[in-house]
Design a protein around this ligand. Structure first.
Ligand code: NG1
Ligand code: ZN
Length: 533
């Protein structure tokens, strides 16, 4: 049975702010760090239960608020294969976080144990890490109290990127099986990525140095370390690495800043030369955005859609060259935020599916292909190779030297890509591989297709829950009649497309609009926002 006395002793040290309600959403729990203490304590207990439920498999816990401002923080659970927490448990997480009294809390715990048939006598294992936020250590302490309350000591990985933590979870749980993923340490991660990268670019000229804007977050030290493994195969210039400067994290830098403002971080303006490529990571290094300045110093964004286009087309070519066309199917998964021009470009080359916002939807849809490429426009994404694709690659006997080369490239890509979750540094290496193979600079990459001008607007509404969508969030079903009004407006714009959906991470409704011309995209966005408000 539950060690109720021990739990209560620790529970009382982490009182819940009485007026607040928490929700485990697409980004886990995420809000101002100052109100998260009780949540972290309870997540500690939940992680132990999740592990017991899965027969003692290791569960991961990542404490981060990603691209959000420094005073925020958050927490997410990672399931044994390194993927997001199973959706049905999100509800359990919210219930535990919202229990007001100790009595309510125990009742909620017992209900979870009963409904999911947990045997408390099972072992539990938990590995955890945090980003560089100043609120991290105190929240870790609250989380550890949750583990302690259940009699567990977890494995503390200190400060790590989100994708490294996901990698570790997968490695730990596959150790000694035929699905072994790598050595379960950051060193193992560095070795796996860098050795695959070196094989993939062997014989290619050493590229111009790549500038990385590390968002003043955990990506900084991680990119520094990666740099030592890559050596001269990829010269890196790491900027915005001030993890100890208060207020610097994600401030006027990082992938989210670049994507949402469609501007160069001011800190790069004196460094970046025309034609030189650069990229930005977000605060936990799971998003990646590239860009460059042209000869006229005009800024050009190479976002998640451009990465998907570059990478997916490359993989399709390799599959053909390896003689595996028809055996290995490659597909792309996007969300409604994907630029219409990217969808057109990709659809002409391979199957494309649109799913609702949220990595869990993208990830699951990508699992339906032998090779599933998924990217959000904001730069979060990865490539998944199905177990049968892995077997096909391992067993395929090439009939020409060209087939053999392509096959080896595909196999090395499976090692280069972090298949558990979007990973800015692994994705960056993948991009660099394709650029090296194609002899592309940012300019050629950019010219694969031209983005349609677009505008994203946040609208604060009284109750965002009245907004309900269908068709992968591209159409509203409620409030009744609103979609018909939107359709009337949209059809007046050349190349017009717009949609409205409630945010899963903020108390706002988002409006996205695109059109053939910039002023029209802006006007459409604001007209639609006017109808929503
Ligand atoms: P919401 O707040 O539901 O729009 C945002 C991003 C998502 C995803 C999640 C999780 C946009 C428009 N939305 O979701 O793509 O990254 O956060 O962090 O960028
Ligand atoms: Zn992130």
């Amino acid at each position: 049975s539950l060690p109720l006395d021990t739990i209560q002793k620790h529970f009382d040290l982490h009182p819940k702010p009485s007026t607040l309600q928490f929700q485990y959403g697409t980004a886990g729990f995420r809000t101002s760090a100052s109100v998260l203490d009780s949540v972290l304590f309870r997540v500690g207990i939940l992680a132990v239960l999740r592990s017991k439920k899965l027969d003692g498999k290791t569960i991961g816990v990542m404490i981060t608020a990603s691209h959000n401002p420094e005073p925020d923080n958050g927490v997410k659970l990672v399931d044994p294969r390194g993927e997001m927490l199973e959706a049905s448990w999100e509800h359990h997480a919210s219930t535990l976080a919202n229990a007001d009294t100790f009595g309510d809390f125990v009742e909620a715990l017992e209900l979870i144990i009963k409904s999911t048939k947990i045997e408390l006598s099972k072992p539990a294992r938990v590995v955890y890490a945090r980003d560089t936020r100043p609120s991290g250590p105190a929240l870790i302490a609250a989380f550890e109290d949750g583990l302690k309350a259940m009699g567990l000591k977890g494995r503390d990985e200190g400060v790590k990127t989100t994708p490294v933590l996901h990698y570790l979870v997968r490695c730990i749980n596959t150790k000694g099986t035929k699905e072994e993923y790598g050595e379960d340490s950051e060193t193992g991660y560095m070795m796996k990525l860098s050795s695959a990268f070196k094989k993939l670019v062997a014989g290619k000229p050493i590229p111009q140095p790549l500038i990385i804007d590390c968002a003043n977050g955990v990506g900084g030290p991680t990119a520094e370390l990666l740099s030592t493994y890559l050596g001269e195969t990829l010269p890196l210039i790491n900027l915005n690495t001030a993890t100890k400067t208060l207020g610097a994290l994600n401030n006027a830098c990082g992938a989210d800043f670049v994507k949402t403002t469609q501007r160069l971080p001011p800190s790069l303006s004196s460094v970046l030369k025309p034609g030189q490529r650069a990229c930005s990571l977000d605060g936990d290094a799971d998003r990646l955005i590239y860009y460059y300045l042209d000869e006229r110093n005009q800024f050009h964004l190479l976002d998640g859609d451009k990465i998907a286009a570059l990478v997916a087309a490359f993989i399709v070519e390799l599959v053909k060259s390896a003689g595996l066309e028809g055996t290995i199917d490659v597909g792309v998964v996007q969300t409604a935020y994907a630029n219409g021009a990217s969808t057109k470009y990709l659809s002409e080359r391979l199957p494309v599916r649109c799913v609702p916002t949220g990595v869990k939807y993208l990830h699951h849809a990508a699992e339906h292909y032998s090779v599933g490429v998924y990217f959000e426009a904001n730069g979060h994404g990865t490539v998944l190779f199905s177990p049968s694709a892995m077997e096909t690659l391992a067993g395929h006997i090439p009939s020409t030297p060209a087939q053999s080369t392509a096959l080896n490239h595909l196999i090395n890509l499976t090692h280069l890509v972090n298949q558990t979750v979007g990973d800015a540094l692994s994705d960056m290496l993948m991009v660099e591989v394709v650029l090296a193979h194609k002899s592309y600079s940012g300019i050629e990459w950019d010219s694969l297709y031209s983005d349609l001008p677009n505008r994203l607007v946040r609208v604060v509404v009284k109750d965002r829950n009245i907004f309900k969508t269908e068709d992968a969030e591209r159409r509203l079903v409620s409030p009744q009649g609103l979609q018909a009004k939107l359709d009337d407006v949209i059809k007046k714009y050349d190349g017009g497309r717009a949609f409205v959906r409630p945010s899963g991470t903020e108390d706002v409704v988002r409006v996205y609009a695109e059109a053939t011309l910039r002023p029209q995209a802006d006007e459409l966005a604001f007209k639609v926002a006017g109808l929503v408000y």
